[in-house]
Design a protein around this ligand. Structure first.
Ligand SMILES: [Zn+2]
Length: 189
């Protein structure tokens, strides 16, 4: 547990902060306010939950990767499954299994990227956590040195999962955060 944060001073509509900071309270307050504006202009497209393009994208959570813009996706087109690294973990397989078996997707696209935070970590991260908190996390850090090889490993995990009925259209890419371009990874090289 962390130390409890002090109660916020004043009301949620706090005075504007210094330049560059969210005005009027916390970043969450700012996002909730943005949602009110979004909802004011929102029209229910009347879609069901099945992605229109029948595709699931597994990608890194990196803040520089705007999946919808980078891939020309519209609302309702695809499932997006994101985590640190865009790694095909057991939990990503859980989401892909539901995506394919319950919600009709057929294709899988994997997107890792240049300059990923996981390239600077090692499995020592787990040991350091264990030393600090007294428990070893049950999950692997999934750190990597070679992003191409990490994409190949993720493709392989999708292609060998017994839970996924659709494993024939699985492609993997590295997104360049400086150019915005995808580079496809050959699964066999
Ligand atoms: Zn990343």
């Amino acid at each position: 547990m962390t130390t409890p944060a002090p109660p916020p001073a004043g009301s949620a509509a706090a005075a504007p902060g210094p330049p560059g900071s969210p005005s009027g309270g916390s970043v969450t307050d700012r996002l909730v306010e943005a949602n009110r504006r979004y909802a004011a202009g929102f029209r229910d497209p009347g879609m069901d939950a099945r992605p229109v393009l029948r595709v699931a994208v597994v990608a890194c959570m990196d803040a520089r990767l705007d999946l919808h813009a980078a891939l020309g996706l519209e609302l309702g087109d695809c499932h997006t499954i994101r985590n640190a690294g865009g790694v095909v973990t057991d939990d990503a397989i859980r989401s892909l299994t539901i995506s394919q078996r319950a919600l009709g997707t057929r294709s899988v696209i994997l997107i890792h990227h240049t300059g990923c935070g996981l390239e600077n970590l090692t499995e020592d991260f787990r040991h350091e956590l264990e030393d600090e908190v007294g428990q070893r996390p049950p999950w692997a850090v999934e750190a990597f040195r070679d992003v191409d090889q990490d994409v190949r490993q993720s493709m392989q995990r999708v292609r060998t999962s017994p839970f996924l009925p659709h494993r024939g259209d699985v492609r993997g890419f590295v997104f360049d955060v400086h150019t915005g371009l995808l580079r496809e990874i050959d699964p066999d090289s």
